[in-house]
Design a protein around this ligand. Structure first.
Ligand code: ADP
Ligand code: MG
Length: 253
């Protein structure tokens, strides 16, 4: 069965700088994301991953092209509508957590719901539900400074998921974590993709992270160059990704 289309990116182009000093970072990116997809867009540092994600999450505007989310081109809607889209339809996981230091983990996680006027009973219920999935149940009363990087990032993931957004964007979510905490975050993301039908688009330079996704797209020279689809086995998929990397020129991928 084909899943519902969530996001459709067409001919996305982004130039930085003024005429004469202009660099084209994205040169016509096309990508379709359906419900319950877990996609990793992989490319080396400087290949335009953050630029792409910033456009998709409405933080930045493209030079050309369209991004359809829920039947609307989000590159062309008013600022008022944008804040609604950000609030209701999109969840974001940043590389550096972005938790609020003055709030407990529990309040950080439930913040998107409480800002929406959801009752505290429901806020607590949903927070406990996601904290259990992300192995944070014993840490909810702590403040960010009392948590490890991995716990903070798993908390940030709960915060992104708690409104059941149509799509979660993650920009190098394991970038600031040691390998063990990175692995546990990726396993949790896989779990919410498998069991809660969350739709995830992650960008990363790292083949290990990418191997947790169901599909990997390689971003190179401003375009999507190819797509790799995972079978059952993650390790096999990791090898497939690194083989592709090697065949495309190793580090310069
Ligand atoms: N605001 C900006 N102004 C000018 N150049 C930028 C800006 N943001 C990013 N770039 C350039 O665009 C390229 C892609 O950057 P980025 O999207 O951050 O790549 P990645 O996330 O893959 O490392 C880089 O060469 C970077 O220097
Ligand atoms: Mg980046």
């Amino acid at each position: 069965m084909d899943n519902k289309k969530v996001l459709e990116i067409k001919n996305l182009t982004k130039n930085y700088g003024a005429r004469g000093f202009c660099t084209t970072v994205l040169k016509g990116v096309d990508l379709e994301i359906c419900q319950n997809d877990f996609i990793a867009v992989m490319g080396p540092s400087g290949s335009g991953k953050t630029t792409l994600l910033n456009i998709l999450s409405t933080i930045d505007k493209p030079t050309q092209g369209s991004v359809m989310l829920g039947g609307k081109d989000i590159t062309r809607v008013s600022n008022k509508e944008l804040s609604k889209i950000r609030r209701d339809k999109i969840g974001f996981i940043f590389q550096n957590y972005n938790l609020l230091d003055t709030m407990t983990l529990q309040d950080n996680i439930s913040l998107p719901l409480s800002l929406n006027g959801v009752s505290s009973k429901i806020c607590i219920q949903k927070t406990l539900e996601f904290a259990r999935i992300f192995d944070l149940s014993d840490h909810l009363k702590k403040y960010p400074y009392q948590l490890s990087g991995g716990q903070k990032q798993r908390g940030a993931a709960c915060r992104a998921l708690i409104t059941n957004p149509e799509i979660i964007f993650a920009d190098e979510p394991t970038g600031a974590l040691d390998s063990r905490s990175g692995k546990s975050l990726l396993e949790c993301l896989k779990k919410v993709n498998d069991s809660e039908s969350a739709t995830i688009l992650m960008v990363t330079h790292d083949a290990f992270s990418a191997s947790y996704a169901k599909d990997v797209y390689i971003l190179r020279d401003g375009m999507i160059q190819c797509r790799l689809t995972r079978g059952e086995d993650r390790k096999e998929f990791y090898n497939k990704i690194t083989d592709m990397q090697a065949s495309m020129g190793g580090d310069s991928l």
